[in-house]
Design a protein around this ligand. Structure first.
Ligand code: ATP
Ligand code: MG
Length: 398
């Protein structure tokens, strides 16, 4: 799929910007703080409805506009996918709330029809690569769950909705566990929430098992090339409730053996998770919180059996991340039958000459790519010749 037109109003530093987006490769060139990353962020926001570096939607609204109680940032993308042309719009609204406060709300439409956020996910697909994404490999499990959820939500129907519902059930169940812990009471009240949690949770686990295996198979092949056959990259899904474990949660395998879980059916996962929740009930009441389930899952990256988060050198982690991102592009293309839009922020600056060359070769396909840089000389002349060059200057584009 590809974008044909993008229009931003009151978004970040852009009061008003409208652009026809070229079909192939675009290089966004400019000094620091001119709006390059913000532009990529806008496209990614329309794919995932989350920003990779804003903690709140409020930060996305132009600061000058937010001085008024009512302020609206508007993002509009026209794009073409297999089934034709579409228009996706998102209004990020700051509105008066209570006596003096304001609150944030969003309104999304696809071809004029209003959608909720989970419904709107997956229409426009994008893969983004940012320098700070080393955190996926080196950071906390939280970062990896977030990464996985955002990737899967774009490609697997129902995943975003199941995730939202799971989180709602989890909040309710935790409140009840806390109440039982503090005031005691009839613990059979948990049964209803256990059922709900196991049903949504099983779908998340079942999907993650498949997706991690698919991503791994792409990432392994790509990494083999990028590392010139020196490293075997592996992705290991580490579910907090493991359907491959025995009823007491024990695995009968040695540490480094890759675990096969794809044979376990959705129903088996659901029944197994429900049974485990029953087993750990007393313990969970004592702790006042839900201790197992997809909200505690992790994902591990290893090169030649060594954990990259703990032992990887910067270069190794960077290359593994590049493999992962290229894998994500291929995976989305395989799942959806067409390539996502690729967004690359300052990516070349971080890579050695060999990897730069690899990336430029990878980008020679027909994937629409938007790439930022402060320095055009990082690219080969042939590459620059193929690209549309946009100069980004204080929120204006030439
Ligand atoms: N809500 C907002 N309203 C107005 N300006 C904003 C808002 N959010 C961010 N900015 C400003 O936008 C500018 C551009 O940020 P951006 O990260 O897009 O720049 P960049 O071109 O990618 O720079 P760099 O090369 O340093 O990465 C920053 O100076 C920032 O302060
Ligand atoms: Mg930037």
């Amino acid at each position: 799929m590809y974008l044909t037109h993008l229009s931003l109003t009151n978004y970040r530093l852009f009061p008003r910007l409208t652009l026809d987006v070229p079909r192939g490769l675009t290089l966004l060139v400019g000094h620091n703080a001119q709006g390059k990353t913000s532009l990529l962020e806008a496209v990614y926001y329309l794919a995932t409805f989350t920003s990779f570096h804003a903690s709140s939607d409020r930060q996305l609204v132009n600061l000058l506009a937010t001085h008024e109680p009512l302020a609206v940032a508007r993002l509009v993308a026209d794009f073409v996918r297999k089934d034709g042309s579409h228009q996706l719009t998102c209004a990020i609204i700051q509105e008066p709330f209570g006596a003096v406060g304001t609150r944030m709300r969003r309104e999304i439409t696809l071809d004029g029809v209003k959608l909720t956020t989970p419904q709107a996910l997956g229409h426009l697909n994008a893969v983004i690569f940012l320098p700070q994404m080393m955190r996926i490999i080196e950071g906390s499990p939280d970062e990896r769950r977030r990464y996985l959820n955002l990737a899967i939500s774009q490609a697997v129907p129902g995943y975003a909705i199941a995730l939202t519902e799971y989180q709602q059930v989890l909040t309710q169940r935790n409140a009840l566990l806390k109440q039982l812990n503090e005031r005691g009471g009839d613990s059979s009240q948990l049964e209803h929430w256990d059922q709900m949690l196991a049903q949504r949770g099983a779908f998340l686990i079942h999907t993650r098992i498949r997706v991690v295996a698919e991503l791994e198979s792409w990432a392994m092949r790509i990494h083999d090339q990028l590392s010139r056959h020196a490293e075997v990259l592996r992705l290991a899904y580490m579910p907090s409730y493991d359907p491959a474990a025995d009823p007491n949660g024990q695995l009968a395998l040695k540490m480094d053996t890759p675990i096969q879980r794809s044979h376990v059916s959705l129903d088996e996962i659901q029944a197994g998770l429900l049974a485990r929740l029953g087993k750990v009930r007393a313990e969970e009441i004592a702790r006042g919180t839900t201790s197992i389930g997809p909200h505690r899952d992790d994902l591990r990256f290893s090169a030649n059996l060594r954990d990259l988060g703990e032992y990887g050198s910067r270069g190794q982690v960077r290359t593994a991340l590049l493999s992962l991102k290229m894998a994500e592009v291929n995976w989305l293309q395989e799942r959806k039958g067409e390539a996502p839009v690729l967004l690359l922020d300052e990516t070349l600056a971080e890579l050695d000459p060999d990897r730069r060359a690899d990336l430029q070769t990878f980008l020679s396909g027909d994937t629409q790519s938007l790439m930022t840089t402060t320095d055009l000389t990082q690219f080969t002349p042939e590459f620059v010749k193929r690209a549309a060059i946009w100069k980004v200057e204080q929120g204006l584009i030439k």
